[in-house]
Design a protein around this ligand. Structure first.
Ligand code: NAP
Length: 503
């Protein structure tokens, strides 16, 4: 295998696998998928904490072209989704294109050679196109708590769960009460000696209504895939309707009532209930779904602490009210680096600027996919493609369509480089910002990771996924600057640094 590839995909999760499948469908063979870990799966490989499951129904949390009739539950457990991704990668012939243990260190656009020069943990390679499929939830966010490094017990992040670490009988601190914590807290609560949950902001929680999928339904789906497709369409469109209150926050009051009833049913103690009552408009942060989280917080071995963490000592967490909580283990359910994505500092476009530098700390892309100054680069789940109401796989598939159409068009027109026009990208981003202004994410009275360091919402798509699909699955060449092929192209191996190893 040579060291130059037509296409390099970074990341072997939903995005990378889906992109690879569609490239194969288009007859592309000269591509590799760089994956830093030893297996495919992305977040569904990395997140193995007890109770980890998708909070979007199984029907819609799979590729539209690879439905899975054997999901065991209404909300698929992480291990099943990981297995699904491994199966799909094998079944569609992606696995031979995977390069495991290849961590992208840096990618630089070479304007003379019109190629990307990539440095990985295993050596260097070049390519015509780079597709980032690293997602938004790949790097854990470790909070800057004073003294955390001094702690002598075990510290683990929810996305790096150490299953060898026995929690039985231990005094455990959980920091964070987001989508991950609410899944593992009810699982570990019966096992641990004492559980102290450090809550900074009370989340809105609604019932999940999880249940096993009956065997007869699985048989029906296996025998008649159309039945599963119909079920998927129904769930998808019902979820689409739920975007309306996110766009018109006063409508959230109806759902807030559902959540308050759920809280009252699960937490009879008024003091604890007061602590768990949110103080912002529902939806401003991700709405959490759980049938047992709130109830588990009322168990005798659980304490919910809301006074804020002052520091961590060798064997304890000290809160701002001066109380010292002795603990053996600290579990960080503190989320991910979403608005400061690592790939932003790794990809350098024209003029040697990194994405982060070009963005000025606020991510911007045309259709969440392409960035001016970064030719032949595509971002799956790039800026403003996140969702609060539906399956993100729908967004990934729409973006993959855009990438395919762009590459096919370039081939047909014999075009060498492609990037969005500056004014097109600026107008697109301004329109997104204007749409986001009145939404619950921007105006709901909370501080969430949807907003970046500059206060901009650079993470969420403001609208239905139907609207996103309509905009993104279409490829309009007039929105792009296209660079024709040069008569004599500089050979990748003769321009710039010599490759150190073959990838
Ligand atoms: P998260 O939603 O970002 O929640 C992080 C939690 O940690 C919040 O409660 C936050 O408090 C708290 N926190 C962060 N820094 C802190 C600090 N310095 N001191 C105290 N508390 C701190 O993270 P997550 O729960 O891992 O979920 C991340 C995303 O992953 C979700 O939004 C969702 O998109 C995805 N997810 C999906 C599923 C699924 O089923 N599909 C499951 C899990 C996660 P504040 O609220 O005060 O900031």
């Amino acid at each position: 295998m040579g060291q130059h590839h037509r296409i390099v995909i970074v990341g072997g999760g939903f995005g990378g696998i889906g992109m690879a499948i569609k490239l194969l469908e288009d007859g592309e063979r000269d591509f590799v998928v760089l994956e830093r870990a030893a297996d495919v799966g992305g977040v569904w490989r990395d997140n193995s904490y007890p109770g980890c499951a998708c909070d979007v129904q199984s029907e819609v949390y799979s590729f539209s072209f690879a439905l899975n009739p054997s999901w065991s539950r209404k909300f698929s457990p992480a291990a099943e989704i990981w297995k699904y991704l491994r199966d799909v990668a094998d079944r569609f012939g992606v696995t031979p294109h995977m390069r495991f243990g290849h961590d992208l260190r840096e990618g630089r656009w070479d304007e003379d050679a019109r190629i990307w020069r990539l440095t990985t943990s295993q050596g260097e390679l070049t390519c015509d196109f780079v597709v980032s499929a690293v997602g938004a939830l790949s790097n854990p966010s470790i909070p800057k708590l004073p003294g955390l490094e001094r702690f002598e017990g075990k510290v683990m992040h929810s996305a790096r769960w150490d299953h060898e670490h026995d929690l039985r009988g231990k005094r455990v601190a959980v920091i964070g009460t987001g989508a991950s914590a609410i899944q593992f807290v009810p699982e570990i609560q019966p096992k641990v000696g004492k559980l102290t949950v450090f809550q900074r902001t009370a989340p809105w929680v609604v019932p999940r209504g999880d249940a096993p999928i009956p065997e007869r339904r699985k048989r029906l789906y296996a025998k008649h895939p159309a039945a599963q497709r119909l079920s998927r369409e129904i769930v998808y469109h019902l979820r689409e309707l739920t975007v309306i209150p996110f766009m018109r926050p006063p409508l959230m009051r109806v759902l807030e009532k559902v959540a308050m009833r759920h809280l009252a049913r699960q937490v009879p103690d008024p003091v604890l209930r007061a602590k768990l009552t949110p103080s912002y408009t529902m939806g401003c942060k991700r709405i959490l779904i759980s049938d047992d989280y709130l109830r588990s917080l009322g168990r005798p071995n659980v304490e919910v602490v809301t006074s804020g963490i002052a520091e961590i000592r060798e064997r304890s967490v000290v809160t701002k009210d001066g109380v010292e909580h002795e603990v053996d283990t600290i579990i960080l359910g503190t989320g991910f680096e979403v608005t400061d994505i690592a790939i932003g500092k790794q990809l350098f476009g024209r003029g040697g600027k990194s994405l982060t530098e070009a963005w000025g700390n606020s991510m911007r892309a045309y259709l969440g996919t392409t960035v001016h100054g970064f030719p032949n680069m595509f971002l799956l789940l790039g800026p403003n493609t996140g969702l609060g109401h539906n399956s993100v796989v729908v967004m990934i598939e729409a973006q993959i369509e855009h990438v395919r159409k762009a590459i096919r068009w370039m081939k047909k027109k014999d075009v060498a480089t492609l990037e969005p026009k500056r004014e097109v990208q600026d107008a697109y981003v301004s329109a997104i910002d204007a749409k986001l202004a009145g939404t619950v994410w921007n105006a709901g009275g909370c501080a969430s990771w949807y907003l970046d360091a500059t206060g901009r919402n650079s993470t969420l798509w403001p609208g239905s996924t139907i609207a996103f699909r309509r905009a993104v699955t279409h490829f309009d060449p007039s929105k792009y600057e296209a660079g024709k092929k040069r008569a004599e192209r500089v050979h990748p191996r003769t321009s710039g640094a010599t490759a150190a190893a073959t990838v």
